[in-house]
Design a protein around this ligand. Sequence first.
Ligand SMILES: Cc1cc2nc3c(=O)[nH]c(=O)nc-3n(C[C@H](O)[C@H](O)[C@H](O)COP(=O)(O)OP(=O)(O)OC[C@H]3O[C@@H](n4cnc5c(N)ncnc54)[C@H](O)[C@@H]3O)c2cc1C
Length: 553
Amino acid sequence: MTDRNDVFETPVLIAGGGPIGLALAADLGRRGVATLLVEERENKLNPPKMLEVSVRTMEFCRQLGIVDQVRGWGFPRDWPLDSVFVTDMQGYELGRVRIPALKDLTHLPVSPERGMPCPQTWFDPILQKHARSFPHVTIRHRVELTGFTQDTSGVTATLLDRQSGRAETVRARYLVGCDGFASTVRKLLGIEIRGEPHIDWSMTIYLRIPDFHAQHDKGKAFRYVFVGPEGTWSFLSIVDGKDLWRLQLVDLDESRLQNADIPALVRRFMGREISYTIEDKNLWVRKRTVADRFMDGRAFLAGDAAHAHPPNGGLGMNTGIQDAFDLGWKLAAVLQGWGGETLLESYDYERRPASARAAEVSLKNYRRLVSAAQRAEINAATPAGDAARRAIGDGLVQENEKTWQPIGVHLGYIYDPSPIVVPDGDRKPDDDTFGYQPTAFPGARAPHIWLDAETSTLDLFGAGFVLLKFSDVATDALEASARSRNVPLRVHRIANQEAAALYKRALVLVRPDGHVAWRGDLQPGDPMELIDTVRGAGPRVAACRAGRTTPRL
Ligand SMILES: Cc1cc2nc3c(=O)[nH]c(=O)nc-3n(C[C@H](O)[C@H](O)[C@H](O)COP(=O)(O)OP(=O)(O)OC[C@H]3O[C@@H](n4cnc5c(N)ncnc54)[C@H](O)[C@@H]3O)c2cc1C
């Protein structure tokens, strides 16, 4: 980064230091890309929005080398992660989705990691500390991006230093708007959002409740869902694994939420008087939106700026983190000179449909959660009350069992079509948002197999391209082509029958973000064409444009 004539110059400028901006800064940092991140608020988080980190985000944290910190932030290992449907904490239990405590969670066969609770109050500082550990990454708080223009060689942005009141100018090769749902970058680009920008209102209230578990008989759980005669009316989730809880109200009416009688609400969900303190509260709008484009010239959108979801299922941040890891290596490749002219364009082709899919699942999750039938007799100590509770509880458990672990959304997104992925003629696996069948289909996340007690196939990915080699077939021409285009490529021989069967071909080329770019049983006839395609210099963008499908919104 340089400072010339009062114009600060940087290869990448990130607007917004929420989890997505921080993840992108960390990814660019490890790739050696100098980056300036500006965040308009102080370096202090309001109460967390995000509580649950997905299995895929944990895999990225593993790549960054911070997974132990995320695992070890302090959530009690013996706290069951159940979701329990109740009338109130003294009342009837309607049903329970059982998820064991961290100490009893076995590893998923499909990943070296597991999703887990790690509220933003802990997660963001871990990311931030890691991003700051790279001397070429600068993070400035209380600095707002107020405007920008772009030309053929870069972006000129104006910043407002809120501390000094001074306006500044920054010249960057690329700008990434990680500035949340109300994104200034998106608005300045004139990019529209589609979907449902206003589904309903919700209110979040943070409550510190001492000795919560001594005051009910429902046992410890991650989340309690309260169902009354009017249906599901609120959820209570543990935040810090101690005594901080988050109550979320569901309502359509803003003024009713704004004037909510909090003592009465606490009395209602608890079924009795308890002592508590209100730590914070905020009113927010539930939405499902996807931007029309995720990029325009040299400016990109990532995270909530590009797609916003109902939080149900924990897909908002976790989907945005995937944006960051898709974009990070592409920006690095172009800035380092080996990325082709259409590499950055592939970001929109790949991430927009994947985000739209996750946003749609989030909305369905929400509808399922609030779908409890309205039954006046739900609290009645009568046979009719018993029957109503059984029906409601069974329905809610059945509907929601998979909702809290939509592994197909986390791991099963496939970049197809993509201008930088080469199909191999196999039939594309059916889309399944809940289940996940590991596949090395081109565009998919390259699957996990343990290579030894501690090494996953996923541990081979991250830096440059990796050519996995499952037999002694020649790779010299591919290696030479990569070398001649300065594409970083390592060849890794794998002598593991299980992995060979899963990956299905003798050679599998995996991108720096861990997605399969190509596979075949022999080197391709024209290895240079393959290398040019996967580095974004091939003619496939035009082909993709021609057959492009717009995600259903
Ligand atoms: C109640 C609730 C619970 C949730 N739970 C989960 C969950 O469990 N799992 C999950 O994956 N997701 C969850 N989400 C969604 C998740 O919080 C968001 O998807 C995530 O925070 C998006 O991150 P982001 O970095 O894109 O945007 P944000 O977190 O909104 O961060 C954007 C940042 O940009 C800054 N900014 C804005 N404009 C400017 C500007 N002009 N200049 C400089 N800085 C600027 C803002 O101050 C802000 O810090 C939840 C959301 C809610 C509301």
